[in-house]
Design a binder for this molecule. Sequence first.
Ligand SMILES: [Zn+2]
Length: 99
Amino acid sequence: MLAIMNTIQEKYKKRKALYFSLMAALFGLIFAFRFVPHPGGNELSPVEFLLIACLIGIVMAMYAVFRCPQCNASLVPGFFSSWRKLHVCPKCGVQLTEK
Ligand SMILES: [Zn+2]
């Protein structure tokens, strides 16, 4: 039983690390927008279009990655509503981190 718990916590740790690196990439992309020349009007330049596609891809990857290792529930909403002090899965109640 303890070994299973450790695997879940280990998985959660890895997913959280991945989630944070995706978030860093997301902020990097948003920052990159400042350096992209805007053609004016409502038209998007191909570079802007690519950046937006990347943003959407990253957000989707964040949701896909940051899930409960046991029940696969998305932990993104719970993570923010608990002020990043998510210790148990909001859905199945599995212990995600050691207290
Ligand atoms: Zn769960």
